[in-house]
Design a protein around this ligand. Structure first.
Ligand SMILES: [Zn+2]
Length: 389
């Protein structure tokens, strides 16, 4: 037995207007200072006021949010007693809100105790809306969340299927002014989610269509969104949808090895998540398809209309298309290009390999690498050479 989980999704122009259709008394808005400064919180509060819903704002979420921030937010929510939690922001704000919501509902728990089995008993006090302001993480459709354990000096991914948002509001006006660099970085994350969701061990027929469509949207619209920005609202809207569609795809299958290596890199070097996972994607495809085991990458190439006469040609066309896309949107295609020196790389290599080998995303790779193979892949990715085993 398997499940396909999804929030109700309001998307397209004026999707934010859906807030006027909800019923409640008080909403607790979880966001960060930057988003508040952009006036986005005001827009949300305006809609809530129209339908008589009061609100309080917690704008203290930092990038890579910590347990302490979540606990502070949960205490503020408990004092306010909202019947809606509204996350407004990128993956950090949405993840913090998921954890904060759990603590509000279950104050006796810590977010680390949350495990994806049994009943969590959410929605006794509040329901949950996520409004993404980047087109990337897909966190508005998924239930796992990542918090920083400041005591353990690491990031931890936990969650329970119940903490999936009730409603995702995918309104392209929130990404109209997204800076170029963030457009590129987050766009590569969407691509990695969709390709890995389609090809992971846990791929399934319900997630497949989501993944394929998201890949196609990224290939067609990410260069335009990157190059034209707010002058191409169609490309912005398609990329915003693509992020959510890819979230539904990989959220109901799983991201794999490019995410394991990307998480590891991002923990040791200041490289944004999407840039890191996008960089590793072609290398991990090459690794996974070395040998005779059948893979699904050729199907993606065929769906995109790329040359795919046989499996090998399909893989070659797909990796070339991904690297061409990356170059077109100023993304690094090697760790050297990402600004990592040989000295720093060698100093951290063991840790990079160890972190990747311990990452849960690795488990669903259709070809499971040994630590030695992971190390060789990092070396190929450092130099920008195609993987050959
Ligand atoms: Zn990702």
């Amino acid at each position: 037995m398997w499940f396909f989980r999804s929030p109700t999704i309001a998307f397209g122009e004026d999707a934010l207007g859906h807030l006027c259709a909800i019923e409640g008394r008080r909403a607790f808005i979880v966001t960060d200072q930057q988003i508040a400064a952009l006036g986005f919180v005001d827009r949300v509060q305006e809609k809530l006021t129209q339908v008589g819903i009061g609100s309080e704002v917690f704008a203290e979420v930092e990038p890579n949010p910590s347990l302490e921030t979540v606990q502070r937010g949960a205490a503020a929510a408990s004092a306010y007693e909202p019947d809606w939690i509204i996350a407004l922001g990128g993956g950090s704000a949405i993840d913090a809100a998921k954890a904060l919501w759990i603590l509000y509902e279950r104050p006796e728990m810590t977010p680390w105790e949350v495990a994806p089995m049994g009943s969590l008993g959410l929605r006794q006090k509040a329901r949950f809306i996520a409004i993404p302001t980047t087109s990337g993480t897909g966190a508005e459709t998924t239930w796992p969340y990542v918090l920083t354990d400041t005591e353990g000096h690491c990031k931890r991914s936990v969650g329970h299927p119940e903490d999936i948002p009730d409603i995702a509001i995918v309104d392209p006006s929130f990404v109209a002014q997204l800076p170029r660099q963030i457009t590129g970085d987050t766009g590569m994350d969407v691509l990695a989610h969709a390709v890995e969701g389609y090809t992971s061990l846990w791929h399934n027929a319900f997630a497949d269509g989501m993944c394929l469509k998201a890949i196609q949207l990224v290939m067609d619209y990410l260069p335009r969104a990157f190059e034209e920005g707010c002058n191409d609202p169609e490309a912005r809207e398609r990329m915003h949808n693509a992020a959510t569609i890819a979230g539904l795809g990989f959220g109901n299958s799983m991201a794999a090895m490019a995410h394991a290596m990307g998480h590891s890199l991002g923990a040791l070097f200041p490289i944004p998540h999407g840039r890191a996972v996008g960089l590793f994607l072609p290398y991990t495809i090459e690794f996974t398809t070395c040998g005779d085991a059948p893979t699904r990458y050729g199907e993606i190439a065929r769906f995109l209309g790329l040359p795919a006469g046989d499996a090998a040609e399909g893989v070659a066309s797909l990796t070339k298309a991904i690297r061409d896309l990356a170059r077109r949107i100023d993304q690094p295609t090697s760790l050297q290009e990402a600004g990592i020196s040989l000295r720093d790389f060698e100093a951290e290599l063991l840790k990079l390999v160890e972190n990747s080998a311990n990452d849960s995303a690795l488990v669903v790779s259709t070809r499971f690498p040994s630590e030695e193979e992971v190390e060789r892949m990092f070396r190929y990715a450092f130099e920008g050479k195609s993987v050959d085993f």
